[in-house]
Design a protein around this ligand. Structure first.
Ligand code: DC
Length: 234
C-alpha cells in the first residue's frame, strides 16, 4: 500500500488469529517497539464470561444479560511485571488471575457469540482506540473493530503447535495441564470462534498472514515491524 494511503488510515495495528498462536506476546512486543498501547480484547470477553458464570446468568435470558452488561466497568492496566498479561479490573475488583484459566477461555468463547456482548465490547474497544496509537489483539479487530487500521496481521499455527505452547505457558505459571484435554479445548474453541454468526474469526482481506509455527515471538514481532516500517511488502 502506498504511504499516502496509509497516512489516511487509523494508526492502529491489529493482530488476530486463533487461541495459542502467540498473539499476546507478539502484540506486547510490537506495542513496546512502537510506543503504542496494547489492547487485549480477549481479556474483555473473558471478563464477561467470568462475570456471567459468577452471577449465574442464563445466557438465553436477554434481560439479565443486558443488566449485567450495563453495569460492567472494565479497566485494563499495564502489568506489574514485564511480560505478564494486562491487569484487569471489573468494577474496581482485580480479577486478572481468575480470567486466565483455559475454562475462562471457553466461557469467553461462549459469551463472545452473543450479539449483545459483541455490540457492547466492540463499542468500548473502538472508544479506546479512537485516538490511534494502539496494538489491538483478538479475533475480529481487523475485520470489525478497526476495519480502517493501517496495519493488519493474522497469526496462525496448527492446533497441535498452539497446544504445545499453551502447555509450556501454563506449566511455567505452575499450573497442572492435561495436554489431551487442552488440545480438545483448543479445537473446540477454534470451531466456536470460526462458526459463530456475528464477527466470526477470519482473516481480513488486507491482513498479512504469518504462520508462527517455526518462529519465536521475537521473530514474528520483527517481521511485523518490518511490514509496519515499510521494509517489506504486504
Ligand atoms: O484471546 P483470548 O484467548 O483471550 O480470547 C478469549 C475468547 O474471547 C476467544 O475464544 C473468543 C473471544 N474473543 C472474541 O470473540 N473476539 C475478540 N476480539 C477477542 C476474543
Amino acid at each position: 500500500m502506498m504511504g499516502e494511503q496509509r497516512e489516511k488510515k487509523l494508526k492502529v495495528v491489529t493482530i488476530d488469529g486463533p487461541s495459542g498462536g502467540g498473539k499476546s506476546t507478539v502484540s506486547r512486543k510490537v506495542a513496546a517497539a512502537l510506543g503504542y498501547t496494547y489492547l487485549d480484547t480477549g481479556a474483555m470477553y473473558r471478563v464477561v464470561g467470568f462475570q456471567c458464570k459468577r452471577a449465574g446468568i442464563d445466557l438465553t435470558d436477554a434481560a439479565a444479560l443486558s443488566g449485567l452488561l450495563e453495569q460492567l466497568e472494565i479497566r485494563l492496566l499495564p502489568p506489574l511485571h514485564e511480560g505478564d498479561d494486562v491487569r484487569v479490573l471489573l468494577n474496581g475488583e482485580e480479577i486478572s488471575a481468575a480470567i486466565r484459566s483455559p475454562e475462562a477461555g471457553m466461557l469467553a468463547s461462549q459469551v463472545s457469540a452473543l450479539p449483545a456482548v459483541r455490540a457492547k465490547l466492540t463499542a468500548l474497544q473502538q472508544e479506546m482506540g479512537q485516538a490511534g496509537g494502539i496494538v489491538a489483539e483478538g479475533r475480529d479487530t481487523g475485520t470489525v473493530v478497526f476495519p480502517d487500521a493501517a496495519w493488519k496481521f493474522y497469526l496462525d499455527a496448527p492446533p497441535e503447535e498452539r497446544c504445545r505452547r499453551r502447555v509450556a505457558q501454563l506449566r511455567a505459571k505452575g499450573q497442572q495441564v492435561n495436554e489431551q484435554a487442552l488440545l480438545a479445548q483448543i479445537i473446540q474453541r477454534d470451531k466456536q470462534d470460526c462458526e459463530r454468526t456475528v464477527a466470526p474469526l477470519r482473516m481480513a482481506e488486507d491482513a498479512v498472514l504469518i504462520d508462527s509455527s517455526n518462529l519465536s515471538a521475537e521473530e514474528v514481532a520483527e517481521k511485523m515491524l518490518a511490514v509496519i516500517q515499510g521494509l517489506e511488502h504486504c
